[in-house]
Design a protein around this ligand. Structure first.
Ligand code: ADP
Length: 478
């Protein structure tokens, strides 16, 4: 926009400059022709006098010296401007304007008279009081006029008038024109960019995977933008269908895996209880059972996420009192903590009610608590807290465990992401890296959020913020 305005302002300035130099040149040329005309006229008059037999140069006064004949001087007095007639050694006639000059300027103009030659008949002379354009005429022919030169001059002040009257206003107007063009450029550029800006805003809204059903509007005035929007829409449609196909595949595959896994599990359990089973088969069967349970867990998690992505997962919301649920989670964690040699504490438990799905919320809390236990070494402490924070309730799990490296924190909620897998290839604690992804989905499905603060080797704090339900206020005030 600035470049556009600068280009416009620059071209205006160039046009003004060209126009200025052209009109100054034309004015100079006209002035020269006019002055030349006066000089020519005066020369012609002198020549005519010479041909009609008048002695052009007379010496009436020996003190004054040679002069132009008085009759001729009277005629020449009618010629406008500065007029001088000189022979090769002295000035014979000066017009009233020349005589009115100061002695210094008079001397200046006289010396200029002799600088003019037939080859260079015109010159600009700068005197103290005035700047003159002088043009000499060396025409001779009639007897008694030989060797005479006639010089006419005119003040160049008229050129200054052109400069001042015509171009000063232009110079003053230029910044105004520049300002106006900048404003117009701003408005025009703004108009031109506005539809693109709108398109970008719409696209930004579609960027996350859940908004792929949305399309860009195709109704701008510009055909190119409409084509762009149509192309992007076609791209989004393809993305949407392939995303949907992927989700459906995951959902269908995990659904189909559920039954054979259940059957497998039942079979293994039956084999373990069979009287024909030899003792040394037990460890293998136990391992198979554990792996089957792990796989069933994975399939469950995958199905949960795939359904959540498809928006097919119903969250059955009701008024849920969090404090009793929190105590249940605390008790379960205490039992698990005892096995793991980790102390579990309950720091605060404010009675709060939220509008949510009790099954999902329990899953979320348990998930965070079991994670804390999983990643805390023997002798460590896990602290659960539930507190009201304005319009939200904060459920937090703090542990004194291994912590998470700052570089890993951005990926912690990604699916299948595990610090174990990044650091070493062996999954020590048997997770799949889906627990936190599910926890995050549950928090979001309840209009809440989940965040983590952690330092490697020092421990982590996971905090879930949920909006307090409408019943909570009633519970508190009642
Ligand atoms: P997993 O089943 O592997 O625990 P999650 O999604 O629950 O999967 O967690 C992903 C990863 O985040 C874990 O593998 C672990 O590296 C890290 N993590 C989760 N909770 C904690 C915690 N309390 N302390 C340290 N690391 C944790």
């Amino acid at each position: 926009m600035l470049a556009y305005a600068l280009a416009l302002g620059g071209s205006l300035a160039v046009v003004a400059l060209v126009f200025w130099s052209a009109s100054m040149g034309a004015a100079r040329r006209t002035q020269q022709l006019r002055v030349d005309g006066v000089a020519r006229l005066a020369a012609r008059l002198i020549q005519q006098a010479g041909t009609s037999g008048v002695s052009v140069v007379v010496t009436s006064d020996s003190l004054v010296g040679r002069q132009l004949e008085p009759g001729l001087r009277r005629i020449l007095a009618a010629a406008p401007g500065y007029v001088l007639v000189a022979d090769s050694s002295r000035v014979l006639y000066t017009s009233a304007l020349v005589r009115a000059l100061t002695p210094r300027d008079g001397a200046g103009i006289t010396s200029a008279v002799y600088r003019l030659t037939p080859d260079l008949p015109a010159a600009e002379v700068r005197l103290d009081s005035v700047r003159l354009l002088l043009v000499a005429n060396f025409e001779a022919g009639a007897p008694g006029t030989r060797g005479l030169r006639v010089i006419a001059g005119e003040s160049t002040a008229s050129l200054a008038v052109i400069r001042n009257q015509m171009f000063r206003p232009v110079g003053l107007a230029l910044p105004v024109i520049f300002g106006i063009s900048l404003l117009i450029a701003w408005i025009v550029a703004g108009r031109a960019v506005e539809p693109v800006d709108r398109l970008i805003l719409e696209l930004e809204a579609i960027r996350d995977g859940r908004s792929l059903h949305r399309r860009l509007p195709v109704e701008s005035e510009t055909a190119e933008l409409d084509r762009l929007a149509e192309t992007i829409n076609a791209m989004i449609a393809r993305l949407e269908s392939s995303f949907a196909a992927l989700r459906r595949f995951t959902a269908d595959a995990s659904h189909e895996l559920k039954t054979p896994l259940t059957v497998l599990r039942a079979d293994i359990e039956r084999a373990m209880q069979s009287s024909k089973m030899s003792y040394d088969q037990l460890p293998a069967l136990e391992e198979a059972l554990a792996e089957t349970a792990r796989m069933a867990n994975l399939v469950d998690s995958l199905l949960t996420l795939a359904r959540a992505d498809e928006g097919r997962f119903d969250v059955h919301k009701e008024a849920v009192e969090l404090e009793p649920m929190m105590r249940e989670v605390f008790e379960t964690s205490t039992i698990l903590g005892e096995e793991a040699g980790v102390t579990v504490q309950l720091s605060v438990a404010d009675p709060v009610t939220v509008h949510g799905d009790p099954v999902r919320l329990r899953q979320l809390f348990l998930n965070l608590a079991t994670n804390a236990l999983k990643y805390t070494a023997r002798g460590g402490t896990v602290t659960l807290a539930l507190e009201r924070r304005g319009e939200h309730v904060a459920f937090s799990v703090h542990d004194t465990g291994q912590g998470i490296a700052a570089a890993d924190l951005p990926f912690i909620f990604d699916r299948f992401w595990r610090a174990d897998r990044v650091r070493s290839r062996t999954p020590e604690r048997g997770g799949f890296g889906l627990g936190l992804a599910i926890a995050q989905w549950i928090a979001h499905a309840h209009g809440g959020s989940i965040s983590v603060a952690s330092r490697l080797g020092r421990g982590s704090t996971f905090t879930v913020l949920l909006p307090v339900g409408p019943d909570a206020v009633a519970t508190e005030s009642g």
